[in-house]
Design a protein around this ligand. Structure first.
Ligand SMILES: [Zn+2]
Length: 338
């Protein structure tokens, strides 16, 4: 179906330029900037993952959650995050004539969505979102809006993740089987989010010691600081090293790290990308295709932009138009300041 893509009947405008730029009257702000944009007076950050947070500390004015700033400081150093303002889920901000409310995105610790409204129009920017409950997160809030800008990382129909119950039981069974066969199970996962979900899972259903790579251990400490109970050993500690030496443990490492423990290991990936690469478990902190379509249906936007730009976002936009009959475009396909 072909839609006529009309200009918005509002002066609230969107542009994709090193982040999502929002313009209303004299106010320009940027969401999840990848670089500094001198035209924007203020930046908003949804979460700490580097593909969203790379340019944030370049801004002298901005808002993010406490949790996001703590995680971000692992990359940037504490000094660079101190000038940021802080927001909490449920809070409202007023920036000139823009009213901005902050909602849970269900993705990683501290991740939020921003709902940006004027007296005449509203935009919801989801950042990365997850729509299912996990051991460490709640589902993304469904926030009605007129324009929705939605994450499309797993936006094509191939990406359908099993439910958490099946994933959790598959991972636990695999870990027990690998240990029974005399190997050490090694799970590769995102350092922020997936790794902590794995620890919580192993803690809940087994008594097997969990040893984590030092980079993940740093993140674990921030989750613990915010009340999560994670029982783990840092590989760089004496107990962690001894546990690995005994062979009776699970080792969790970042995705891109080559692990050599001096013991026979069996490795698996815990990530949505396991559906593509095989040899693993599609445990994701992103929504899959059916959940993205459901989310769009439930927040009832008049139009949708899919983000970030790429093959997946074009496919998702096409599917939203076809399945839901709602006009949709990949954010990279819109003209400046629609
Ligand atoms: Zn993310």
């Amino acid at each position: 179906m072909l839609f006529k893509w009309r200009l918005l009947k509002t002066s609230l405008k969107i542009r994709f330029n090193e982040g999502i730029e929002i313009s209303y009257r004299e106010t320009r702000i940027i969401l999840d900037p990848s670089k500094f944009n001198s035209k924007c007076k203020l930046a908003l950050l949804t979460h700490a993952h580097r593909d969203h947070s790379k340019g944030y500390v370049e801004y002298s004015s901005g808002f993010a959650t406490d949790q996001t700033l703590d995680l971000l400081s692992l990359y940037t150093g504490r000094r660079k995050t101190v000038k940021s303002g802080k927001v909490r889920i449920g809070e409202k901000l007023k920036i000139d004539d823009l009213e901005i409310s902050v909602h849970d995105a269900g993705h990683i610790l501290g991740s939020v969505m921003f709902h940006i409204a004027t007296s005449e129009y509203s935009i919801l920017y989801t950042g990365d979102l997850n729509c299912v409950e996990t051991l460490i997160s709640k589902p993304a809030e469904e926030v009605p809006c007129e324009t929705l800008i939605i994450d499309s990382t797993f936006g094509y129909p191939y990406f359908r993740f099993p439910g958490r119950d099946k994933l959790y039981s598959d991972i636990i069974s695999w870990v027990i089987d690998v240990i029974r066969r005399g190997y050490t199970p090694v799970l590769h996962a995102d350092s922020i989010g997936n790794a902590q979900e794995l620890i919580a899972l192993l803690n809940k259903f087994t008594k097997i010691p969990v040893v984590t790579h030092p980079r993940i251990s740093e993140v674990n400490e921030i989750y613990i600081q915010y009340g999560f109970k994670l029982d783990y050993l840092n590989y760089n500690s004496e107990d962690g090293f001894e546990s690995v030496k005994s062979g009776l443990c699970v080792y969790i490492a970042p995705k891109n790290v080559n692990v050599s423990l001096g013991k026979p290991t069996v490795k698996a990936l815990a990530s949505g990308w396991a559906l593509t690469f095989g040899n693993g478990f599609p445990l994701s902190d992103h929504a899959d295709y059916p959940n993205l379509i459901n989310y769009v249906a439930n927040v009832k936007p008049k139009r949708v932009y899919t983000y970030p730009d790429g093959y997946s976002s074009r496919v998702l936009a096409g599917r939203i138009e076809k399945v839901l009959n709602i006009p949709a475009r990949s954010i990279g396909d819109i003209s400046p300041f629609l």
